[in-house]
Write a protein that binds this ligand. Structure first.
Ligand code: GLA
Length: 721
C-alpha cells in the first residue's frame, strides 16, 4: 500500500517505488515528519523521536521537533508553512490534528495546474486535517503518492471554519524537515538570455531564500530547489528536490536551525501574496512535486521528466512528435511583408521543415516594440491577404502555420488602452511603470480575461493556425487592481495567475489540435504550471549554441527535452556575436524541439546542405529525444566538454550528443562514459557500423574523434542489436 497508517504507533508511512515519507502523530506536539528518504520496509520509525527531546530548554518543542506544518507565535522561529492573522491583529496559529482520510486517486485542484492521473490506481491520497481551535482555521494537508512515477505531491486546502475574517500570510505548499546540516543547495539561477544556470552552494548555518517577486516564475530563479549531500553527483548520492506547479511569484527556502537540522520549503511568496479568507471560504495552494533520488541528480531528473512529460503535459500533443519549425523572428524582426515570409517558408519547405511560425509584428501598426499590443487585428500593410491569406499559402506549400501572440499585455499606444485605460495593473494616482514600452493587462478581472479569450480565439478561428507561441515580455510592477477593495490588493498577483490559468484553459481546450508553446522573453516562465497548459516552452532568447549547452543542461534538471524549444539561428549569433558552424548549432538544438530562426535564403550552399542534413538527422532521432530517457553525462558548467544522451522507449535506440567548447592544442583523447545501457547488450553505431557492448560504453567510455577548431560537436546514433 502506498499509504499506511499504523494506529498503534501513530505513523503514516507513504511509499513510492524507491522512497518513504513518514509522519508521526505526536500526542502533544502535533504532526511531525520523521523521515523522507530511501524506501523503508515498514513505518517502524517512531524510535527516531529519541533524537528530539521536548524537555524545557531555551527552544520550545515546535522549533526543536521536526514539525510538519510549522506555524508562528507558538515557539517555531523559522519561515512558517501556514500562518493566519486575526482581526485582533495577531498571527499566532496553533494547528492540532483533527482526522485523516486515505483514498484512491488524486483530486483535481480547482483553477490550478497540477499533476493529473488517468486512473485512480495511479495515485493514493492522504488528507490530514488540522485545526486552530481558537480561530477555526482548518488546514487540509494533501499528499498524493504516485507510486510508479516515484514521487509525492503536496498542497494545502485552507478553510476558514471560524466566525471572523482571517488573513493568510503564509501558505507554503510543502515544508519538510530533514535530519542534519551538511547539505548543499542546488538552484537554477539566471537572467534574460542566461536562464537556469546550475548553482550549488553549501547551506552552512544560514537561511537561504530562492524566490521570485516578479509576478512570474521568472528568469532569475526557477521554482525548484534540491538539497544534496557533498558526495552527491549526477549519478550517485541522495537528492531531495521540490518544484512548484505554478507560474507566478514563489518562495523556496532552505533553513538550518540551532539543532543542526535543515528544512526545505516551497510555495507562494508571502512578500507579495496575502489572502483574505472570510468565514466559510477556502484557499487552495499550488501543488509542489517532491522527488527523492538515491541515484544522484540524474535520478532526480528522470523522475521529474517522466512526471512532467506524462502527467503534467496534457492534450493531443503530449505524445505526438513535435514538428520541425522555422520562426521568422531573428530572420526579419518587425521588418517583413508577405513576399518575404513566403520566401522564407519556401526555402524551409525545400529542406524538409514542417511548420512556419510568424512571430511578432503582424498586427496593429507594430513596426517596433512600442505599440499595438492588445490590438490583435492583422496589419494589412504587411499582409494584404490577412492571416488567413498567408496561412493558406503556407499550407499550400505543405507547411503548417503558426502565429505569435502576447495576449497578457497592452501597449499604451493601442486602441485597447485608449478604450480601457483601467484594464492594466496599476495604482490610481501613480505613474504606470512601462517595460519594453508595455503594461500588463489585469487578468484578475473577469472582463479582461474574457476580452483576451475572445481576441485570441477569433484570430484562431479565422485562419488555419496549427501552432501558437504565447509570449509575455515583462514582469509586474504596480501589481494592484482597480477591481479589488483595499484589503484585497495583496491578492492581485495570485488572482492574476488564476485568471491567466482560466484564459489558457479556455483557449487551449477550444483548440485542442493547436500546438501551444509558452515564451517569456525566452525562458522567463519555464515552469510545470505553464507546461500543464502548453506542452513546450521557448527555452531562451539566447540561441548561441555554446550558451545553450548550459541553458539546456540546467533546464533539464527539472524539465524534459520535449518541453524545450531549441533553434538553429543566424551567425554571428545575435546575442553573443559568436560564430559557430551549422553542425554545432544543429547538434545542440537537436536536444529539444528542433527549429530554425534565420533566413535560409541567406546561407551558403554548404550551410544550406548542413541544414538539410540536420533536418534529416532530427527526423530520425526526434522520437527518441522527445520520449526517451534523457541523461546528463558531462557538465558544461564544469569543463570544456559537455555531453548528454537519450535512451528511447524500450532501450533499442540511443542517441549520444557530445560537445567541445574551445579547441585544445595537442589534445589528449576525451572519452564519454554513457549510462543506463544494457551492460550485456551490444550497440551498433549507425554511422560506422561498429558495435560496442553496453558495458564497454558505460565503463570504458567512447573516445571522441579528435576535433579541430572551436565549438565541435558529435552526434552518435546507436541501435541495440
Ligand atoms: C520575446 C521572445 C522572442 C520574440 C520576441 C518578439 O523576446 O522571447 O522569441 O518572440 O519576444 O517580440
Amino acid at each position: 500500500m502506498p499509504v499506511c497508517f499504523d494506529e498503534e504507533k501513530k505513523v503514516f508511512h507513504l511509499q513510492g517505488k524507491t522512497f518513504s515519507y513518514c509522519l508521526y502523530l505526536h500526542p502533544t506536539e502535533g504532526l511531525l515528519n520523521l523521515y523522507w528518504g530511501s524506501r523503508l520496509p515498514d513505518g517502524d520509525i517512531a524510535y527516531l523521536l529519541r533524537s528530539y527531546w521536548t524537555a524545557a530548554s531555551f527552544d520550545l518543542p515546535p522549533h526543536r521537533m521536526p514539525t510538519e506544518l510549522p506555524t508562528r507565535g507558538t515557539g517555531y522561529f523559522g519561515t512558517p508553512a501556514v500562518c493566519a492573522q486575526t482581526q485582533q491583529g495577531n498571527d499566532v496559529t496553533r494547528l492540532t490534528y483533527v482526522n485523516h482520510r486515505i483514498c484512491a486517486g488524486k483530486r483535481k485542484l480547482s483553477g490550478l495546474p497540477a499533476v493529473y492521473t488517468e486512473s485512480d490506481d495511479e495515485a493514493t491520497t492522504l488528507v490530514i486535517t488540522l485545526k486552530d481551535e481558537l480561530t477555526g482555521l482548518t488546514v487540509e494537508a494533501e499528499y498524493a503518492v504516485l507510486e510508479t512515477l516515484d514521487a509525492l505531491t503536496r498542497s494545502l486546502r485552507i478553510v476558514n471554519g471560524g466566525k471572523e475574517r482571517l488573513t493568510l500570510t503564509h501558505m507554503q505548499s510543502a515544508s519538510v524537515p530533514l535530519y542534519g546540516e551538511d547539505y548543499e543547495l542546488i538552484n537554477l539561477s539566471g537572467a534574460w538570455a542566461r536562464e537556469r544556470q546550475v548553482v550549488r552552494t553549501p547551506v552552512g548555518r544560514a537561511n537561504i531564500r530562492v524566490e521570485s517577486q516578479r509576478g512570474a516564475s521568472g528568469h532569475e530563479q526557477n521554482p525548484f530547489i534540491a538539497l544534496v549531500k557533498k558526495h552527491t553527483t549526477e549519478d550517485c548520492g541522495p537528492a531531495w528536490a521540490m518544484t512548484l506547479v505554478y507560474s507566478g511569484s514563489f518562495l523556496a527556502t532552505s533553513e538550518v536551525n540551532n539543532f543542526y537540522n535543515t528544512r526545505m520549503s516551497i510555495g507562494l511568496n508571502p512578500e507579495v501574496c496575502r489572502w483574505q479568507l472570510d468565514p466559510g471560504e477556502e484557499f487552495q495552494t499550488p501543488e509542489a512535486i517532491l522527488v527523492y533520488s538515491a541515484e544522484g541528480l540524474n535520478g532526480m531528473s528522470h523522475r521529474f521528466h517522466e512526471i512532467v512529460r506524462t502527467r503534467i503535459v496534457r492534450g493531443a500533443w503530449r505524445d505526438r512528435v513535435r514538428p520541425i519549425l522555422i520562426n521568422n523572428w531573428e530572420a526579419t524582426y518587425f521588418g517583413f511583408n508577405e513576399e518575404l515570409i513566403l520566401k522564407i517558408a519556401k526555402a524551409a519547405k525545400e529542406i524538409g521543415v514542417e511548420m512556419f511560425v510568424l512571430d511578432d509584428g503582424w498586427f496593429g501598426k507594430r513596426d517596433r516594440d512600442n505599440c499595438s499590443l492588445g490590438d490583435w487585428v492583422v496589419d494589412r500593410r504587411k499582409l494584404p491577404g490577412g492571416i488567413e491569406g498567408v496561412a493558406r499559402q503556407v499550407n499550400e506549400m505543405g507547411l503548417r502555420f503558426g502565429l505569435w501572440f502576447e495576449p497578457e499585455m497592452v501597449s499604451p499606444d493601442s486602441d485597447l488602452y485608449r478604450a480601457h485605460p483601467d484594464w492594466c495593473l496599476h495604482v490610481e494616482g501613480r505613474a504606470r511603470t512601462e517595460a519594453r514600452q508595455q503594461l500588463i493587462l489585469d487578468l484578475s478581472r473577469k472582463e479582461v480575461q474574457d476580452y483576451v479569450i475572445e481576441a485570441v480565439c477569433s484570430v484562431l478561428r479565422s485562419a488555419p493556425i496549427g501552432y501558437v507561441k504565447w509570449d509575455m515580455n515583462r514582469n509586474m510592477t504596480e501589481y494592484f487592481s482597480g477591481d479589488q477593495t483595499p484589503d484585497r490588493q495583496m491578492e492581485t498577483q495570485h488572482r492574476y495567475m488564476l485568471g491567466l490559468y482560466r484564459v489558457m484553459e479556455e483557449i487551449t481546450s477550444a483548440f485542442p489540435e493547436v500546438l501551444f508553446e509558452g515564451c517569456s522573453g525566452g525562458g522567463g516562465r519555464f515552469d510545470a504550471g505553464f507546461l500543464y497548459y502548453m506542452p513546450q516552452f521557448w527555452t531562451s532568447d539566447d540561441t548561441d549554441a555554446v550558451e545553450r549547452l548550459g541553458i539546456q543542461y540546467g533546464t533539464s534538471f527539472v524539465y524534459p527535452p520535449s518541453a524545450m524549444g531549441a533553434h538553429v539561428s543566424a551567425c554571428p549569433n545575435h546575442q553573443t556575436g559568436r560564430v559557430t558552424s551549422v553542425k554545432m548549432r544543429a547538434d545542440v538544438a537537436l536536444g529539444g524541439n528542433f527549429g530554425f530562426e534565420l533566413d535560409l535564403n541567406k546561407l551558403t550552399p554548404e550551410e544550406l546542405e548542413a541544414c538539410r542534413e540536420a533536418v534529416e538527422t532530427v527526423k530520425s532521432v526526434r522520437e527518441t529525444v522527445q520520449k526517451g530517457q534523457f541523461t546528463r553525462l558531462d557538465s558544461p558548467f564544469e569543463g570544456n566538454n559537455a555531453a548528454w544522451q537519450f535512451v528511447g522507449e524500450g532501450g533499442r535506440d540511443v542517441v549520444l550528443c557530445a560537445y567541445q567548447k574551445m579547441a585544445v592544442p595537442n589534445p589528449g583523447c576525451h572519452r564519454v562514459f554513457m549510462r543506463g545501457l544494457d551492460a550485456q547488450a551490444r550497440y551498433r553505431d549507425a554511422a560506422s557500423g561498429e558495435t560496442y557492448s553496453g558495458a564497454a560504453l558505460m565503463n570504458a567510455g567512447l573516445p571522441l574523434r579528435p576535433a579541430r577548431g572551436d565549438y565541435s560537436s558529435w552526434v552518435y546514433r546507436f541501435e541495440r542489436v
